[in-house]
Design a protein around this ligand. Structure first.
Ligand SMILES: *Cc1c(COP(=O)(O)O)cnc(C)c1O
Length: 361
């Protein structure tokens, strides 16, 4: 194996900023004079409690989370939230609205059906999830306990460019693959959740931002570990939290601050995505099936007209130092996941590679 780092376009787990990895490496055997690694510390120790509190405070400041919301550091991945959200919220009326715009919202929709009466408020399956529905296409049930959607569809490469208007019904949103890439008006949401391994930290941590008043109304058989109230009351430390991942998130948040915070990151990530879409749109061979206006700044899906040429592209891209550009098996073609940690330089190099391939084939 070479010693060079590659440009890793993985959809997740994905790249972490090099500076963050280097700092974690420097502190790995002896965290700030404690004589031990963060991996070896008691989660009840003063040293770890400070890491935890600082990380939570940095997160609150960067994403401008209002005081009436709690920030939880949980385990179980984003997928556990597919059950946890309905278990905790659906008791109000027994009904909920779901927007299905891709793979993960479809899984969440099917899971929620176990717990109540679920209305498919809108689906983009009619055009293979290549677009985000408009507000007037969403059919809301006024009696819904909550409205659910997924902000960025990691597999299909679409991203909501607006927050749906639900007339007071709390919104639950899966932001796993675009959290911290753009400003969010948290006050418009009931719950925001995200698995860490796309844009925040290593796999094993799930961040949940919850309006506190929504907790404490769970269905009676809700497991203790899946009750938001349990985790709020114990500040995510009912049991051992994912300590190492929380520490890594703290380092990523420091790095994010240095990039100009979330507004700074938004400008950078939008520039990267625009560059890539422009190259695809102006090429002879490549197309992006996602409708303009619905395109994701995080996951760029594209393809040629031939599966053989796609395979050739993927093979040659690996030889050129790019990894994980093969599209998801359900969509085919290629996918470049360009989360926050992907440097602009990596996208520029990929654009050059695409242009050269376009000329030579
Ligand atoms: C990756 C992903 C998930 C699944 O996350 P896990 O942490 O593996 O459960 C859910 N939703 C979205 C939008 C994702 O990108």
């Amino acid at each position: 194996m070479g010693t060079q780092r590659v440009y890793n376009f993985s959809a997740g787990p994905s790249m972490l900023p090099l500076e963050v990895l280097e700092r974690a490496g420097a502190e790995i055997t002896n965290y700030q004079g404690s004589g031990m690694s963060v991996m070896e510390m008691s989660h009840r120790s003063k040293v770890f409690q400070k890491i935890f509190d600082d990380t939570q405070a940095k997160f609150r400041k960067l994403l401008k989370v209002p005081d009436s919301y709690k920030i939880l550091f949980l385990q179980g991945g984003a997928s556990t939230q597919f059950s946890m959200a309905p278990l905790n919220l659906i008791g109000k009326t027994g009904k909920a609205d779901y927007a299905v715009t891709g793979n993960f919202s479809n899984i969440a929709y099917k899971e929620a059906k176990k717990f109540g009466q679920i209305n498919l408020a809108v689906s983009s399956a009619d055009r293979n999830h290549t677009y985000i529905p408009t507000q007037d296409q969403i059919q809301l049930d006024p009696e819904a306990s909550y409205f659910y959607y997924c902000a960025n569809n990691t597999i299909y490469g679409t991203e909501w460019q607006y927050v749906p208007e639900t007339n007071g019904v709390p919104i639950v949103c899966d932001m796993s693959s675009d959290i911290l890439s753009r400003p969010v008006d948290v006050s418009k949401y009931g719950i925001i959740f995200a698995g860490a391994q796309k844009n925040m930290a290593p796999a094993g941590l799930t961040v949940v931002i919850i309006k506190e008043e929504l907790a404490g109304h769970e269905l009676p058989y809700t497991p203790l570990m899946m009750t938001y109230k349990t985790m709020i009351d114990k500040d995510s430390m009912y049991n051992t939290p994912p300590c190492w991942c929380i520490y890594m998130l703290g380092l990523v948040l420091d790095w994010l601050e240095e990039q100009g915070g979330i507004p700074g990151m938004e400008a950078i990530k939008h520039g990267k995505a625009q560059m890539l879409y422009d190259v695809i749109d102006s090429s002879r061979l490549f197309t992006c099936a996602v409708e303009p206006g619905s395109r994701s700044d995080m996951n760029v899906v594209f393809r040629t007209a031939s599966e053989e040429l796609d395979a050739k592209f993927v093979k040659e891209s690996v030889e050129a130092g790019f990894t994980n550009l093969k599209g998801h098996r359900s969509v085919g073609g290629m996918r470049a996941s360009i989360y926050n940690a992907m440097p602009t330089e990596g996208v520029e190099k990929l654009c050059d590679f695409i242009k050269a391939f376009d000329q030579n084939n």
